[in-house]
Design a protein around this ligand. Structure first.
Ligand code: ZN
Length: 164
C-alpha cells in the first residue's frame, strides 16, 4: 500500500527506488485551486503500475466508489476521494499518454519520509518530489515568491515550461 486515505488505497506493482527522479510540478490556476497551494507536485507513474482499491466493495477491475473523477479541462481529468476530499491525481485525456501524476502529498509518510520505518529508511521523498521532471506553467510564477524555488526547476533540475 502506497497511499492510504480514509477509504481509498493505492497499490503499486514493483518497487520504487531513488533512481526514479520523475517528479513534476505545475503552477497553473487549476492546480493551485485544487491543491490549495502555490504549486502542485506530482510523481508520474505508468497507468499499468498501480491499482486503486477500497474497503467498500466494487466490481473487479473498476475504481472504488469513493474515487471520483471529473473532467477538469479538455486535456485533463482530476480525481479525488469523496470521503475525505483529498486530491489524488491529474491524468491526461490523451489515451496514448499512459501515465498519471499522483499527488505527492497523498503518499503515506512511511514512503515519503520514512515515518515508522523499522529499517531506519528515510523514505523516497527525494525521488518522489525532487523536482527532476517537467515543470509546467512556470510563466504563471509569482515574482518574488515562486520564481526562485529549486523544486520548481529554478536551479536547473528538470525541464521548465515558461510558456504553456
Ligand atoms: Zn496544472
Amino acid at each position: 500500500m502506497f497511499t492510504s486515505l480514509s477509504n481509498i488505497s493505492l497499490h503499486l506493482s514493483g518497487q520504487l527506488t531513488n533512481t526514479q527522479h520523475q517528479s513534476d510540478t505545475c503552477q497553473c490556476t487549476l492546480c493551485r485551486r485544487q491543491t490549495g497551494s502555490l504549486f502542485f507536485t506530482a510523481h508520474t507513474i505508468p497507468n499499468s503500475a498501480f491499482t486503486f482499491t477500497s474497503s467498500e466493495s466494487s466490481p473487479p477491475n473498476t475504481d472504488p466508489p469513493t474515487l471520483k473523477i471529473y473532467k477538469a479541462s479538455q486535456w485533463g481529468d482530476r480525481a479525488f476521494c469523496s470521503t475525505c476530499g483529498s486530491f489524488l491525481y491529474w491524468k491526461s485525456t490523451d489515451p496514448y499518454d499512459g501515465t498519471l501524476g499522483l499527488a505527492v502529498g497523498t503518499i503515506d509518510p512511511l514512503y515519503l519520509f520514512g515515518e515508522g520505518a523499522e529499517d531506519g529508511s528515510k523514505g523516497f521523498g527525494l525521488a518522489l518530489a525532487g523536482g527532476g521532471g517537467y515543470h509546467a506553467w512556470c510563466g504563471n510564477e509569482i515574482p518574488g515568491v515562486t520564481d526562485g524555488i529549486g523544486i520548481l526547476g529554478c536551479d536547473g533540475r528538470g525541464n521548465r515550461a515558461v510558456k504553456n
